[in-house]
Design a binder for this molecule. Structure first.
Ligand code: HEM
Length: 268
């Protein structure tokens, strides 16, 4: 086995072995695929619940589906956040495998830039999602009371069932949602751990005067979260296209680096 990465030429491209350490560590591989799974899960469920499937999920009789998706969406997102923190710690402690020596400078820079954007998405998507759920007056505050009264006065949201269909406990429904609202209790992560509010944010609506500014902020953060989701799709496409280019066009064992398949030298 070689310790250095051989230089590829037109003749040897696709046929040279990479060193065994060209593969990421087992933990890094496991974290990569778990994070990838939960991000895709959240993109699909998020766009379904609040975009192309919203007409269906926002029907009063489908509140339970909306609630189920919201809780699993939130839980998957918080799981991404926790796994990303672990991944960053692991990355700081373990040098990743080197790129093949022949990889062009622009390819390295693009890959690094895409990885930086992916880390940003893996942190900012869960954090903005958490901020959306936190942007409600804290439970028991004067702001929460004022908000509940205003909502009762305004009546049920357009399209709601007469008398207001009660939401399933812990599940929630469109709107109202979140602590402080005259609605279901705060949702729990994977139906087990109560979701804490980001208090400096929630406290903006502690007093009645802060309720409206907090609602405006809530809608703005939700918009950033939606734009962020599309940017995440874009970066993922770039990342996957890069991996496919190296695997298929350059005929380098890119997938083997991330645990899919073997390096040529490992084949009998
Ligand atoms: C990997 C992390 C995440 C991804 C990829 C993601 C993705 C998405 C997507 C695609 C949407 C639909 C956007 C739209 O079309 O309007 C959405 C909406 C939403 N997400 Fe996330 N999300 C993530 C994390 C979270 C977390 C951790 C929470 C809560 C703790 C959360 C709460 C929400 C809420 C409340 C909405 C609805 C916003 C609205 O009212 O328009 N998300 N998310």
């Amino acid at each position: 086995m070689t310790d250095t990465i051989p230089v590829s030429t037109r003749e040897t491209r696709g046929s040279f072995p990479l060193p065994r350490n060209a593969r990421y560590t087992r933990v890094a591989i496991w974290l990569h695929w778990a994070i990838a799974f939960f991000i895709l899960y959240n993109l699909v469920l998020g766009f379904f619940n609040w975009d192309f499937g919203a007409e269906f999920t926002h029907k009063p009789q489908n509140r339970w589906i909306y609630g189920l998706i919201l809780v699993s969406h939130m839980s998957a997102g918080i799981t991404v956040l926790a796994l990303t923190v672990l991944r960053i710690v692991w990355r700081l402690l373990h040098e990743p495998p080197a790129y093949p020596a022949h990889m062009k400078s622009w390819e390295r820079h693009t890959a690094h830039f895409a990885h930086f954007l992916l880390y940003a998405a893996m942190l900012l998507m869960p954090l903005t999602g958490w901020a959306i759920l936190s942007a409600h007056p804290p439970e028991g505050s004067a702001g929460a009371k004022a908000r509940a009264e205003a909502m009762a006065k305004a009546g049920p949201p357009p399209g709601a069932a007469p008398g207001g269909a009660p939401a399933a406990a812990g599940a929630g429904g469109p709107p109202p949602m979140g602590p402080g609202a005259k609605g279901p209790p705060a949702p729990k992560i994977w139906w087990i751990i109560p979701m804490p509010q980001i208090m400096p944010l929630a406290n903006i609506g502690k007093e009645p005067g802060g309720v409206e500014p907090l609602e405006t902020l809530h809608d703005e953060i939700a918009e950033w979260h939606g734009v962020g989701a599309w940017l995440t799709v874009l970066v993922l496409v770039l990342h996957i296209a890069g991996a496919l280019k190296h695997q298929i066009i350059d005929r380098e064992p890119q997938f083997a680096r991330m645990g899919i398949g073997r390096f040529p030298e490992e084949k009998e």
